[in-house]
Design a binder for this molecule. Structure first.
Ligand code: PMP
Length: 429
């Protein structure tokens, strides 16, 4: 595969952009520079076209450059751009849609990115409870801010210890966040009992998708709900990835458990910047957008017309359910197909996923928490992904990452992916 132009452009980028990319996770060992994306395809500046399962880390749920979303955005450009005070009908419609579809959402506020939404959930939980500590689970990611950026894909020697994600994080922020193994209700309860009256919120990714796909056990989630009710803790479901991808009501509608607060971004707007924090009326009214609300919330771009228009068009496209039906069916085909090939070739694999998301782990055994994934064969995992990329099928070449199917993928795409996967897996034996 020729990547000369990608190399040249990336070199140019590194002269003015640190590392040549605008987000740390975008820098890969091979430089990629893009010039075109449509449907399920993306093309780099050297003319290499890929079938895309990365989906920009998940927002692309309808397909790249979806014409209805683009048309809605173009129409929004003919209305008010930004006025900075008051409200527009479009912002109301977006909140109404979230309230209509998300079981726990009684009110909603819009932001531009997931990190802003999870940050506001932290502040809200602390503001309403008067407590400082948070609980998060080993292996989850909730954005780039100080309070939750820790213990994501930790190396084995950092398990059970604090593993901050960045230099410059406040020591207080790190100290005040308690890390617990996922799906471990007893450990969660113990953490609460060890800090009586001090836990403001429990944060969980509705499905920890930042480590592929580790499904929450039903009794664990129901137990969290009970613990939060008993101890006056705010239960936050971070549905930044799961929201609108796994259903209009998010993964909470699959679980049938209502958090107090939820956060959404990514798939809600098919690639345009839009994020939401939503939840119980009595909590949401504590935001300072409401009279008397003491939890300050601001943001020049909140409810931006472009993101709001994209979100409304994306939700409208998802509303009749046919896209979920189709992409979930394709997801089932992909997971079963990968497992079948691996089984036939004698390669250990847990073909994980849910709905339109799939993650082949190169290991055997159970996958209930991040710690289980230390058994994943990283070299094989990355080797598989690189082999797929070299053959024109883009799966993020990093270990334990999720892949996404969009409405633009077809059965023929799945056939081709599985045929290619077999060729690549044969090279890994
Ligand atoms: N929460 C989760 C579960 C995420 O996966 C992400 C981003 N990967 C975020 C929050 C942060 O969202 P953003 O990158 O839009 O700030």
């Amino acid at each position: 595969m020729h990547i000369e132009k990608s190399k040249t452009i990336t070199e140019r980028a590194t002269r003015v952009i640190p590392g040549g990319v605008n987000s740390a996770t975008r820098r890969l060992s091979q430089p990629y520079a893009w010039e075109w994306a449509e449907g399920a395809q993306i093309r780099d500046v050297d003319g290499n076209t890929y079938l895309d399962y990365h989906a920009a880390f998940g927002p692309i749920v309808l397909g790249h450059n979806d014409p209805t979303v683009n048309a809605a955005v173009a129409k929004a450009l003919t209305g008010p751009d930004m006025v900075g005070v008051g409200i527009t009908e479009q912002e109301i419609m977006l909140a109404e849609k979230v309230v209509q579809h998300v079981p726990s959402a009684e009110m909603a506020l819009a932001f531009s990115s997931g990190s802003e939404a999870t940050y506001m959930a932290v502040r809200l939980a602390r503001g309403v409870t008067g407590r400082e500590k948070l609980i998060k689970f080993q292996g989850t990611f909730h954005g780039w801010h100080d309070y939750l950026l820790m213990n994501i894909a930790s190396p084995a020697d950092k398990i059970g210890k604090k593993d901050p994600g960045s230099a410059g994080q406040l020591a207080d922020a790190i100290d005040n966040t308690i890390i617990v193994p996922f799906n471990d209700l007893a450990a969660t309860e113990q953490a609460i009992l060890d800090h009586p009256g001090q836990i403001a919120a429990i944060f969980m990714e509705a499905i920890p998708h930042n480590i592929g796909c580790v499904l929450p056990r039903q009794d664990f989630v129901e137990g969290l709900r009970r613990l939060c009710d008993t101890h006056g803790i705010v239960l936050v479901f971070d549905e930044v990835i799961t929201g609108f991808r796994h259903g209009l009501g998010g993964y909470q509608s699959v679980l049938g458990v209502k958090p107090d607060i939820s956060t959404f971004a990514k798939a809600i707007a098919n690639g345009y910047p839009c994020a939401i924090i939503a939840g119980k009326r009595e909590l949401m009214l504590q935001f300072s957008t409401a009279p008397g609300g003491k939890v300050f919330v601001g943001g020049t771009y909140n409810g931006h017309p472009v993101g709001s228009a994209a979100a409304l068009a994306t939700i409208a496209a998802l509303e009749d359910g046919t896209i979920y039906e189709r992409t979930f069916r394709l997801g089932d085909r992909m997971r079963a197909g990968l497992a079948e090939i691996a089984g036939r070739l004698g390669i250990e694999m847990v073909s994980a996923g849910f709905g339109s998301v799939f993650t082949p782990y190169f290991m055997s055994g159970k996958v209930e928490r991040y710690e289980d994934l230390l058994a994943n064969d990283t070299a094989r995992d990355v080797g598989f992904r690189q082999g797929m990329c070299e053959r024109g099928i883009f799966m993020l070449p990093m270990p334990i990452k999720r892949n996404h199917i969009s409405a633009a993928h077809t059965d023929a795409d799945i056939d081709r992916t599985l045929e290619t996967a077999e060729i690549v897996m044969k090279t890994l034996r």
